[in-house]
Design a protein around this ligand. Structure first.
Ligand SMILES: [Zn+2]
Length: 332
């Protein structure tokens, strides 16, 4: 894989021009909302981070942040022609086709996948299955393997479907069987959900399935509000120019994320840090595996994002609120 900065980062503007589409608003162009932006960077830094949900009123950049993640994600090696982005070196997580291939698996560098589930998508589009000619078609849960699946306005999604998507994401595999045969493939992806509480509630039980919850408020500071209007207007008038002006900062983050992904599996968590984690979990009445795993993965992400291979108590403290804030205390 090339280390050339332009090949691993940043929106290819010509691609959007060809399709006459407007390229997405860059994540670094969002004014304020530091916790949301930081959480997205951590999510990009650690593929094992788990699912996150961003909660806040309409029009404050939730979807922009989720979609903007694409520009800071690096390339990964994927098998040529595989729908599920199989990693040719990860023999234990290959799809059936890659597993049974007699030829050597050729690969190419492809940006970590990020897909957004369209509102009202059918179950066939979400989960995949056989088409009318008995051909297997992947759904979004397959296409997002090794990457991210955005669920915008998640509280409007059917609860059964949402729970099934979260089950698949947690198990890392999709399995279904019908009279036409079995359908199995790897499905390791992180959900990025967004919701506006005005659309309706999400059950506490479902909410607790998310590793991280980011609650964002609209900006009240008058100068920051003026800056938002100024940036939105600049983007509306000339999106390419706006993106180019944010390029350097985007590239810097993309580089940090790429480095963090290389480091994150080597991070060491000293006993002192593990004890600090146990203390926090105890204090908030969350001594369960789900909360412990979420806190641990977020701590590892924070460590790697800061270019270290040993965690500190500060790493735990920096992520604890987003990991634990939404969980109800267990009965003592
Ligand atoms: Zn495959």
């Amino acid at each position: 894989m090339s280390d050339d900065i332009d090949t691993i980062t940043f929106t290819d503007l010509s691609k959007f021009r060809k399709k006459k589409q407007v390229p997405p608003f860059p994540i670094v162009g969002i004014v304020g909302q530091h916790i949301m932006k930081k959480t997205m960077l951590l999510l990009a830094s650690n593929p094992s981070m788990g699912n996150i949900i961003i909660i806040g009123e309409a029009g404050i950049g939730k979807s922009t942040a989720a979609r903007g993640l694409r520009d800071i994600l690096p390339e990964v090696e994927c098998v040529n022609g595989c729908f599920y982005n199989c990693d040719p070196k990860d023999k234990n997580n290959l799809c059936q086709d890659c597993k049974s291939s007699v030829a050597e698996l050729n690969s190419f560098g492809k940006r970590v996948p990020l897909h957004e589930l369209p509102i009202g998508a059918s179950e066939r589009r979400i989960f995949g299955g056989f088409d009318s000619q008995s051909r297997l078609k992947p759904g979004f849960v397959g296409l997002a393997n090794r990457g991210y699946l955005i669920l915008a306005r998640v509280n409007l999604l059917d609860h059964d479907i949402l729970n099934r998507i979260l089950d698949i994401s947690e198990s890392g595999i999709y399995k279904s069987s019908s009279d036409r045969g079995d359908f199995v493939h790897p499905a390791k992806f992180n959900v990025i959900a967004t919701m506006n509480p005005e659309d309706g509630e999400l059950d506490q039980e479902v909410l607790e399935r998310f590793s991280l919850v980011v609650n964002i408020q609209s900006i009240k500071d008058i100068e920051e509000r003026i800056e938002i209007v100024r940036r939105v207007e600049a983007y509306r008038l000339n999106a390419d120019d706006f993106i180019i002006r944010n390029r350097r900062e985007m590239e810097a983050f993309a580089q940090r994320v790429k480095r963090a992904r290389d480091l994150v599996n080597r991070v060491d968590m000293p006993k002192k840090v593990q004890d600090a984690m146990d203390n926090i979990l105890k204090k908030v009445g969350q001594e369960n595996d789900r909360a412990r795993n979420a806190l641990s993965q977020a701590t590892l992400a924070n460590t790697a994002f800061n270019d270290r291979v040993w965690s500190t108590v500060d790493d735990v403290a920096e992520v604890a609120d987003t990991v634990l804030g939404h969980r109800e205390r267990e009965q003592e």
